[in-house]
Design a protein around this ligand. Structure first.
Ligand code: NAD
Length: 495
């Protein structure tokens, strides 16, 4: 069985802990790799490599750092098909979707290419007679990224691109479920010319995560994953005096007003509910059908479901791949059962798909007549399941979203600009779509939810990413004439 190991100080290193985990091809259900799980000592070695690289890297000029980011961008672009193949083989998402993921990873590298401009400080001349004040931002030191299974190339680059460009050295702990892409990224970072130790990878599970959270030399931790683990990361990391941003789970609502274009809305719901088999933190999970729109809309969605081509991600005809593991598939399937028992209407059951017995497949599912008390609404299913809540008014739709513990994305579908603008004003979510079902911000804005979808103060990537990976310093300077010097015990005044 092929092993997936660590990458420390510019070298691939096999694991030594004796602990490993399986990596599967979700389309077949077969195990393809064994991934090493780092011990605390192995994490320490990666942090040490990053710590050693930091002084040289932070002193490297901004122009040189930008040059390396540009080279990384070119290499990732050249090798995007190779990265995407690994994503499809280990995550299961279809190849075109995997290429799309790499494209979004690239956008973050492109943003970081602008680091000389992004790190420009402010300057005020003559704040007092002969005094100038200026602000600069400096890197933190060794920073770590803990990433989820659903975007094995994009989420690491949400973090690493800005972190490295800002002058930090980086330790990545990828998901143990699909860790392969992390090592190709490490090779590309090296090939681009980044010094050894600037980008390191430790594979592993809770043991590696907890060591990172407690390690005295790790200054900041950027996390993306489920809400319970995000809370643990935020609480443990901050207890150890680290800067932490922990992006967490989601239940994204799509509000459909009675005036919405039915075909356009049905297309969007199917794309956003079943794309990547619903394993996107910005996937639409719940359609909130306002007034009388539900019957016609659900008819249109139901008509589209049999046409969704489910299959192996490397088959160019496939539009939707399998789920990540058998356990996860079975958990997703359990909501068909609980939904029915709790009084919902299962309009399309993903277990009845012809591929259900193959690999970790589960067909697109549609559950109607869902209420806020049901498990299929309360839990993040993270699979190709659209749940539908019918409400009488717009106000009830906004109230439903407000009461939901998560607040990642929310979308509204309408032809009424005034209603859409009101929704943008009212809704308690960090990212809002107006006739856009998956409103993931482009790389020069920042990504982040509200409520239990984010713990910490900074959203990820874009300007807030630069903010997160740097700290401010303000310099007050004067170049006085020694002849005018005198002792003055008064508090410094500016007037
Ligand atoms: P996860 O929380 O299981 O794992 C995330 C990371 O934490 C992985 O690296 C994993 O190894 C580690 N981990 C898992 N259990 C741990 C534990 N007990 N202690 C310490 N570390 C642990 O998440 P996942 O299943 O890989 O990813 C899916 C989740 O991520 C979903 O909830 C999804 O909504 C969320 N997600 C959120 C965003 C966002 O931006 N808000 C983006 C992508 C995914």
């Amino acid at each position: 069985m092929e092993r997936i190991g660590h990458y420390v100080g510019g070298k691939h290193v096999p694991g030594e802990s004796g602990r490993t985990g399986p990596v599967f091809n979700p389309a077949t259900g077969e195990q393809t790799h064994e991934v090493d799980f780092a011990s605390a000592e192995e994490v320490d070695r990666a942090v040490e490599a990053a710590r050693e690289a930091f002084p040289g890297w932070r002193a490297t000029s901004l122009s040189r750092r930008a040059e390396l980011m540009f080279r990384l961008r070119e290499l990732m672009d050249q090798r995007k098909a190779d990265i995407a193949k690994i994503l499809t083989a280990q995550h299961g998402k279809v190849f075109s979707d995997a290429l799309g993921e790499v494209g979004r990873a690239l956008e973050n590298v492109e943003y970081a290419c602008g680091i000389p401009n992004l790190l420009k400080g402010g300057f005020s001349e003559q704040v007092s007679t002969g005094y100038d004040v200026y602000s600069i931002r400096q890197p933190l030191g060794v920073v770590a990224g803990l990433t989820p299974f659903n975007f094995p190339s994009m989420v690491p680059m949400w973090m690493a691109a800005n972190a490295m460009a800002c002058g930090n050295t980086f330790v990545l702990k990828p998901s143990e479920k699909d860790p392969g892409a992390s090592l190709l990224l490490a090779d590309l970072v090296a090939e681009a010319g980044f010094p050894e130790g600037v980008f390191n990878v430790v594979q592993g599970d809770k043991v590696a995560v907890d060591r990172i959270l407690e390690h005295p030399d790790v200054e900041a931790v950027s996390f993306v994953g489920s809400t319970p683990v995000a809370k643990h990361v935020y609480e443990t990391g901050t207890k150890h005096h680290k800067r932490v941003q922990a992006l967490a789970g989601a239940k994204n609502h799509m509000v459909v007003l009675p005036d919405a274009d039915i075909d356009l809305t049905a297309d969007a719901a199917v794309s956003a509910g079943y794309g990547s088999a619903g394993e996107r933190c910005m996937a639409i999970a719940t359609i909130v059908a306002v007034g009388g729109v539900a019957d016609e809309l659900l008819g249109a969605i139901e008509a589209r479901i049999p046409k969704v081509k489910v299959g192996d991600g490397m088959d160019p005809d496939s539009e939707m791949g399998p789920l990540i593991t058998r356990e996860h598939r079975d958990r997703v399937a359990s909501y068909m059962e609980s939904g029915a028992v709790q009084g919902a209407t299962i309009r399309v059951d993903g277990r009845e798909h012809e591929l259900f017995e193959t690999g970790f497949f589960f067909g697109p599912a549609l559950i109607d007549d869902v209420t806020a008390e049901m498990d299929c609404y309360r839990d993040e299913i993270f699979g190709p399941v659209l749940t539908v809540v019918r409400v009488d008014t717009y106000d009830r739709a906004v109230e439903l979203i407000d009461r939901n513990p998560w607040g990642n994305g929310a979308a509204i579908f309408t032809r009424d600009g005034g209603a859409a603008r009101q929704f943008q004003f009212d809704v308690s979510a960090g990212m809002v779509g107006i006739n856009v079902p998956i409103p993931v911000p482009v790389a020069w804005f920042s990504f982040g939810g509200w409520k239990e979808s984010l713990f910490g103060d900074n959203h990820m990537y874009g300007p807030e990413g630069v903010q997160f990976f740097t700290r401010g310093k303000v310099v007050t300077a004067r170049w006085p004439d020694p002849a005018t010097s005198k002792v003055d015990l008064g508090f410094p005044r500016t007037r």
